[in-house]
Design a protein around this ligand. Structure first.
Ligand SMILES: Cc1cc2nc3c(=O)[nH]c(=O)nc-3n(C[C@H](O)[C@H](O)[C@H](O)COP(=O)(O)OP(=O)(O)OC[C@H]3O[C@@H](n4cnc5c(N)ncnc54)[C@H](O)[C@@H]3O)c2cc1C
Length: 503
């Protein structure tokens, strides 16, 4: 038990909660992160996995959000180069949907408003016979290419959690906050673990980063003032199909109603296609509908030369965006920007005012900046807080020499000459420089223990359990790795059996 009050309790182990807790722990605060399920168990594992400014948000005049996101793209490419990598996007031109001048203007802004430093500028291309049109119908003659980045979203959350622990903070998964009340200028917070054990902790301040549950949590800690700040739950779904072309770039496809869908190379053998915008009431168990599958396949088939059918779909996933309710009627138009709502006991800001800060909306891309804004709001209440520090600090595993993934894979192959290169690449991508901690003194494949397939071995599973809070097969197969995707059901069962045997 923690004897003195925590400075900060963060509710929610998605990207925003993990990012805030990491930043706060590095500023010298005593921090507890409580997550009711696994890290990244909700929206933060179900994104399109882009670190992007959001080209389409320019049409909604979201210049602040786009500029901040583009600047953060540079920060994340530099501080987590094992998890975030540049990705070229091709926009096939459809003159009746958006005229070329409009696209050029948008791309000009996109190139310039975010302080782009490392990524190339956008340009126009002749698609006919070019690699930029791989897999497209031959009718597309003209296109535009621009740069963005992609991320392993769930691993980015885990990397932040590792840094919370590295800075002395506490991460408790499978620990739900069931209630909180103010008492003498502090928060008394009730926790319940997945196996039913109840406990109470005391904290000076709370951050409510509960994502889709944000309003539910806010109402439960502040029942006397329900209603302030509202969240719109908008489901987005993706389908995964066998790779639709062999090139490295993604497509951004335009629908007649101005919505867009991405087709992104995914996990070497697949393409990820998404997303949709569907307002929902049930935010706890989102699932793709037949209409969403049809919409995504129909739009992809308007562009792809080899038509897809539902039988090509090997995996689907759906997540719920916890968007701030700005009153828009069109779900695609609701702001993707974030809003912070602070509530504290009356009086001048200072210690003993028991603040609670709730987050609405936001993107994976902006999580680090959101954390800085959140802590700036809380600083008057937590005067011991040190200055911001995360802008140039590598995330755990992100200190790749020269920030160069390929050079790092080559180094791993040099250090472990008897281990297969694809396995080293998989572990090097997931763990960056921490791959050394995973592989340890292993020399041969046999030293890594049981091989479960898809480059997952007992050695890595043990590491994920010991160091990364993995408890179940899903934690390993779908969040700490994506090995579940290429594995057969029998291989997945073998991982589950192994983990059950360890417990
Ligand atoms: C379809 C889709 C595509 C997207 N694509 C992108 C993209 O490409 N790029 C991008 O930048 N952003 C994207 N986003 C947005 C991004 O995914 C979200 O903004 C982000 O993941 C939200 O993170 P969060 O931490 O706020 O919420 P979450 O990840 O949902 O985390 C909240 C956590 O709080 C926990 N929790 C709730 N109640 C309690 C409680 N009482 N006690 C303890 N824990 C609790 C939950 O279990 C959950 O894990 C996308 C979103 C969706 C849905």
């Amino acid at each position: 038990m923690h004897s003195s009050p925590y400075d900060l309790l963060v509710i929610g182990g998605g990207i925003n909660g993990a990012g805030i807790a990491r930043d706060a722990a590095g500023r010298g605060l005593s921090v507890l992160l409580a997550e009711q399920d696994d890290l990244a168990a909700a929206t933060s594992q179900w994104s399109t996995k882009l670190i992007h400014g959001g080209l389409r948000y320019l049409e909604y005049y979201e210049f602040r959000l786009v500029a901040e996101s583009l600047a953060e793209r540079e920060v994340l490419l530099a501080t987590a180069p094992h998890l975030v990598e540049p990705l070229a996007f091709v926009l096939p031109h459809e003159p009746h949907l958006r005229p070329a001048w409009m696209i050029r203007t948008g791309l000009f802004l996109y190139d310039h408003i975010g302080g782009r430093r490392t990524l190339p500028k956008s340009f126009g291309v002749d698609l006919a016979g070019s690699r930029w049109s791989a897999g497209l119908k031959p009718r597309f003659r003209k296109g535009f290419v621009y740069a963005d980045a992609r991320v392993d979203d769930a691993r980015l959350v885990v990397a932040n959690a590792l840094d919370i622990a590295a800075h002395g903070g506490e991460v408790r998964t499978r620990t739900r906050v069931t209630g909180a009340r103010r008492d003498g200028g502090l928060w008394r917070v009730a926790l319940r673990t997945a196996d039913g054990a109840a406990s109470e902790i005391v904290a000076r301040a709370i951050v409510n980063a509960a994502g889709p549950w944000v309003k539910h949590v806010l109402d439960s800690v502040r029942p006397e003032q329900p209603g302030e700040g509202s969240v719109r739950h908008v489901k987005g779904s993706h389908i995964v199909v066998p790779r639709v072309h062999a090139e490295a770039h993604a497509y951004i496809l335009q629908n007649a109603d101005k919505r867009i869908v991405f087709v992104i190379p995914f996990e070497s053998d697949y393409s990820l296609i998404g997303t949709t915008d569907v307002p929902v009431d049930d935010y706890e168990h989102p699932e793709i509908s037949a209409d969403e599958v049809d919409y995504l396949i129909k739009l992809a088939n308007a562009y792809l030369d080899r038509p897809l059918t539902t039988s090509d779909v090997v995996w689907t996933y759906s997540g719920v965006r916890p968007l701030y309710d700005d009153g828009s009627s069109d779900p695609s138009a609701i702001t993707r920007d974030y809003v912070l709502k602070l509530d504290a006991l009356p009086g001048a800001p200072g210690p003993e005012r028991a603040p609670v800060l709730s987050l609405f909306g936001g993107k994976i891309t902006t999580y680090r900046k959101l954390a800085e804004h959140a802590l700036a709001e809380l600083a008057p209440y937590l005067p011991a807080m040190k200055p911001a520090w995360t802008q140039a600090a590598p995330l755990p595993g992100g200190d790749l020499p020269g920030r160069d993934r390929n050079a790092w894979f080559a180094e791993l192959c040099r250090r472990y000459p008897q281990l297969p290169a694809p396995l080293l690449r998989a572990i090097g991508t997931r763990h960056g420089t921490r791959a050394i901690a995973v592989l340890g003194d292993a020399k041969t494949p046999a030293d890594l223990g049981r091989d479960f397939g898809a480059h997952l071995t007992a050695r890595e599973v043990d590491y994920l359990v010991a160091e990364e809070w993995a408890r179940t097969a899903d934690d390993v197969l779908w969040r700490r790795t994506k090995c579940g995707l290429p594995m057969s059901p029998a291989q997945r069962d073998a991982v589950a059996g192994y983990m059950a045997g360890r417990a």
